[in-house]
Design a protein. Sequence first.
Length: 340
Amino acid sequence: MGKSVPQRLGPLDIRKSVVSLATGAGAIYLLYKAIRAGMKCQPPLCTNSPICIARLAIERERHGRDSGELRRLLNSLESKQDEYARSMILHSITRCVYLLEAEASACTADDIVLVGSMLDDKENSVKIQALNTLKAFSGIRKFRLKIQEHSIKVLELIATIWDSELHIASLRLLNNLPLPDFAHPQLRRVMPALMEILQSDYILAQVQAIRLLSSLAQKNDLLYDILNCQVHSNFLNLFQASQPGSLLFEVLVFAERLSEGRNTPHYRAVKWHYNEQSLHEALFGDESRLADRLLALVIHPEEEVQIQACKVIVSLQCPKDVGLRTSLGQASRSCFNNGE
């Protein structure tokens, strides 16, 4: 009689497969054309976009011309703008400084003063962008002294505003500058805030804070202020193996510098007194458990953490630290006995 149902459906399946294949091929071709057209497309320069600024920088550098973009942005910053506009202009200036090296170098001290004035803005978002812009300019040697003049204001922001993003931007700027001696009194006042940031749970801010503290620990006139700074009872948790390796490494560098600093003849010539909750007592006091933490870090998975932990242990081996040396010896024997 007629064909069976499977026999009838056979040609239909083949036709459907052919149609699907053709449709798929057509879609791929159209997608290819769209991508190719997008690659060839040269959209108008929208200079507020970081991508467009990058394109502008490349084109101008290629032709050896001054785009005037950075100057235009700085001029627009002087006119009255709303918060969002100020923030976006500063963001674009930062990009330009990094990308348009010749134009950035042609800026003046007055431009640094203008950007620095934005640190007094009532909006934190504007302050943060101004800090980022100053950091960008700090990469140009001739502006460093002028930017240093704003260090007191930056320290004041750290001490008075509890905002993690602002702390990160402030600390990155300070870590990119040699801090002048006239900032030391303000640094003493900011020390408790720096220690609080270090003991917060925001790793980016913690790393920046510990880097600054490590640098300050090498200043003879600031070492006691750091060691006598009050810390939380669980401060040694920063030395736990579960902490991110990047933070652990910086904390160990900090501990090594503190240990080396307190063992110098200059520092040991004075009989210092520390409060019970001080950083000194947490790290080097008779009740400190630092030795146990250090020995646990000697077998840390990250090699740089292992090496730095060993450096701290070596720095602690001095006659004054008899108690700590005994603790280290007992802990190491316990560790090896457990291993047996």
